[in-house]
Design a protein around this ligand. Structure first.
Ligand code: URA
Length: 256
């Protein structure tokens, strides 16, 4: 390993924003990316991984199939399917480019998001912005949503029945966006999406498929966790590089 000499000033600044020392493998390219042939085996991209089909725990809201963005957003805004509607300030639908290659999915709105009606606007959101910048993306290029559209009181974990109520909304967003990649932030988002109890450590480093669409999905740490455990940022950086490489490959060589 060597300290990167080739990395651009801009990239270095982004990594600095994430508080990451920049080290690259000697065999890495100028952008710090290790080509697929030399990527460590843990980020090999298998063909369509077979995931257990989602087990519906709740019928979810009816008739979201076929809704356009306006109708879907309106239905979410009026949703009273679970008890979270009683404590929310407003729903947090999602934000960003509706034709994005990247769909970033977090857990649930926190206090800042509940107040502003937009996902990832607090401290975790600032780190998410820095993580995106580190791989050459800005917030406006991606679409950002959460498993839940409403804030759980006291920032507790989403309950399965709450996630089940919201899942049809997110599924419809996925259908409308048709992203090249879903990046799940944190254990809870990843486990809910993949209907799995597997640890985050075991879900990282591979390309999953989200059923029923088969959309590729990769997993990394939640920025709120990275704020508490900055030593893990290196692993998040590796995940981001692998995700960027995957999107580039599926874009036929076009920049992601
Ligand atoms: N954490 C999340 O998972 N989502 C948000 O929107 C904000 C913080």
């Amino acid at each position: 390993m060597q300290k990167s000499a080739e990395m651009s000033e801009r990239q270095r600044a982004y990594l600095k924003a994430m508080d990451i020392d920049v080290w690259v493998r000697r065999d890495a390219g100028a952008d710090g990316v290790v080509e697929a042939s030399v990527l460590p085996p843990h980020i090999a991209v298998p063909p369509a991984t077979v995931e257990a089909p989602p087990v519906p725990e709740h019928q979810g809201p009816p008739a979201v199939s076929g809704l356009d963005w306006t109708a879907l957003e309106q239905q979410v805004g009026n949703c009273t399917l679970c008890e979270l509607h009683a404590t929310r300030t407003q729903t947090v639908f999602g934000v960003g480019n509706r034709q994005a290659d990247w769909l970033i999915i977090g857990e649930a709105p926190g206090a800042d998001e509940d107040r502003q009606g937009e996902p990832f606007v607090g401290r975790a959101g600032q780190l998410l912005n820095a993580m995106l910048k580190a791989i050459g993306l800005c917030r406006e290029q991606v679409y950002i949503a959460n498993i839940l559209k409403c804030r759980p009181p006291g920032n507790r974990d989403p309950r399965p029945e709450e996630a089940a109520c919201c899942s049809a909304y997110l599924q419809r967003q996925i259908e409308l966006i048709q992203p090249k990649l879903i990046l799940a932030l944190g254990r809870i988002a990843a486990q809910r999406l993949l209907q799995s109890n597997t640890s985050l450590a075991r879900m990282r480093g591979q390309v999953h498929r989200l059923e029923p669409s088969g959309t590729p999905l990769m997993v990394t740490y939640h920025p709120a966790y990275l704020l508490r455990s900055p030593a893990e940022k290196r692993k998040a950086w590796a995940d981001l590089l692998a995700a960027r490489q995957f999107v580039r490959q599926t874009s036929d060589g076009q920049p992601a």
